[in-house]
Design a protein around this ligand. Structure first.
Ligand SMILES: [Zn+2]
Ligand SMILES: [Zn+2]
Length: 488
């Protein structure tokens, strides 16, 4: 450990890693560049936006049987959000990174790869692309151009003005691969695995209370962020993404600076009526979750339109959990930490089970309210493929810059009522809506064709009235369902 005094304010600044070239003074935020035995001030680091991560500088953990200290952090910002890269210093004098994106963690370390030169160019990588690296198959999950936001502690490089990172992440079951094209066309290779926070020393992490109290503030700033449109609190929302929807009035806000700016005023989002409301608390698996975001999604298929509501719940230690309410009932959804093996046209294998393919469809955001771990915009589209094993579902979600997998299981209304402490939820009937496979409307169409066929002779002989009455009776419930489900 090397310790120096900040030339700006005199506070002690330490360098734990010999690989570090710069450090941010914890007292005055000066960016200090390390020269042989002294340090030089080269500027001031941008402030860290306090998010919902329980990780902090000084936290310790174990990875691959080796102890590490968290000694630095950089916030990586892209158009729709940000994530943390924590710089790790291992007890054997090596370094690594702990990426912390929306409650998904992975530790990666720099590797030399034999086939590095044969890797695709950054511009050719799309989510879903398969590559082979030294005999192992990987699938591209995230492809992003981002810039460094705030920094803390020490880092092995000095991100200068306008520094941009071009990174592509890949997955293979539980293995992680990052190709970093920031320095040129031949990427640096970082490999590792998904990481569970239970591998970290519990006492060194931030408590749930600390996380909730500081979320959405800039470091050291006491003032909580307020919505410039309606004055409602938005700190918690701002901790999730730099562009958010105000939970009180539905305005779209940009929180990337130290005040929030209105991008678009509230439109129909504020009128969204849902079974569960923002700010509700639920006790799920012994942990308290807060309902922080909700959105209405639609499948715009003209033949078979449908819609459903997705609720985002959060607990600082456990991360995110989704509840989905559709005409089929309720489902609990979690992002998969490990990925399935190779999918074929009909099925995919995940954690020892075979999931059969159900259907492909599009999910489009119709309206969103509250906090999400990325910027949600009405009109965002995702290509979905559902697979099924028994009552459980596995879902592949492909968007423009990312590919992900999630797993879901049905939730009984009684369970929902117990989680939220609201007995009336146990008596809920599924949301009604128009035209899902097997819905009333489709059944009515078939019945009408059948009825016409069976009564053909009577129709020819002029018996129209009973037929018309039958027709009206059959179609009436479908028309009512349309009014209730689609009329928001
Ligand atoms: Zn200083
Ligand atoms: Zn507002």
């Amino acid at each position: 450990m090397q310790q120096v005094l900040c030339p700006q304010c005199g506070a002690p600044v330490s360098f734990a890693s010999t690989a570090s070239v710069m450090a941010v003074c914890g007292a005055c935020r000066s960016t200090l560049l390390k020269d042989a035995d002294s340090v030089r001030r080269i500027g001031e680091a941008a402030e860290i936006l306090e998010d919902c991560s329980p990780i902090q500088l000084g936290a310790t953990g174990v990875y691959g049987k080796k102890r590490f200290d968290v000694i630095g952090r950089i916030q990586m910002r892209f158009e729709d959000g940000f994530w943390n890269e924590w710089y790790l210093w291992f007890e054997d004098g090596s370094d690594g990174w702990l990426s912390d994106a929306s409650g998904q963690y992975a530790v990666t370390r720099r590797r030399s790869a034999k086939t590095r030169k044969a890797l695709p160019a950054f511009a050719d990588i799309r989510p879903g692309l398969e590559i082979n690296l030294d005999g192992q198959r990987f699938v591209a999950s995230d492809v992003r151009v981002c810039r460094g936001g705030g920094a803390q502690g020490e880092l092995p490089f000095a991100p200068g003005e306008g520094w941009q990172a071009r990174v592509a992440d890949f997955r293979s079951v539980d293995a992680f691969l990052t190709l970093d094209y920031s320095d040129g066309d031949t990427p640096e290779v970082y490999m590792g695995h998904g990481y569970d926070l239970s591998g970290m020393q519990a006492g060194s992490l931030r408590s749930d209370e600390q996380v909730m109290e500081t979320a959405g503030r800039f470091r050291g700033q006491v003032q909580a962020l307020a919505c410039p449109q309606c004055g409602g609190p938005i700190s918690f929302v701002a901790a999730m993404a730099t562009q958010v929807v105000c939970p009180s009035c539905g305005s779209q806000l940009d929180c990337s600076g130290d005040t929030a700016v209105v991008i678009a005023q509230a439109r129909k989002a504020a009128r969204l009526k849902t079974t569960l409301a923002l700010g509700e608390k639920a006790r799920i698996d012994e942990a308290e979750y807060l309902l922080i975001g909700l959105m209405k999604c639609v499948d715009p298929d003209p033949e078979d339109p449908s819609d459903w509501i997705e609720y985002l719940l959060f607990n600082p230690r456990r991360g995110f959990l989704w509840l989905v309410e559709s005409n089929e009932g309720w489902e609990r959804v979690r992002v998969c930490d490990t990925w399935p093996g190779r999918a074929n046209a009909a099925s995919v294998r995940w954690q020892g089970r075979v999931y059969r393919k159900l259907y492909d469809y599009t999910s489009r955001v119709d309206a969103a309210l509250g906090a999400f771990n990325w910027r949600v915009k009405a009109g965002d589209s995702t290509q979905i493929t559902d697979y099924q094993a028994g009552d459980d579902k596995l879902t592949r979600e492909l968007a423009e810059a990312e590919l992900g997998w999630s797993a879901s299981a049905p939730v009984q209304p009684a369970q929902l009522a117990a989680w939220f402490g609201r007995p009336e939820l146990a008596r809920l009937t599924p949301r009604r809506e128009a035209g899902r496979p097997g819905s009333y409307r489709n059944w009515a169409k078939v019945a009408i064709i059948f009825m016409t066929f069976m009564n053909f002779e009577r129709l020819l002989s002029g018996g129209f009235l009973p037929f018309l009455i039958g027709l009206a009776l059959l179609w009436f419930p479908a028309a009512i369902a349309d009014k209730l489900g689609g009329g928001q």
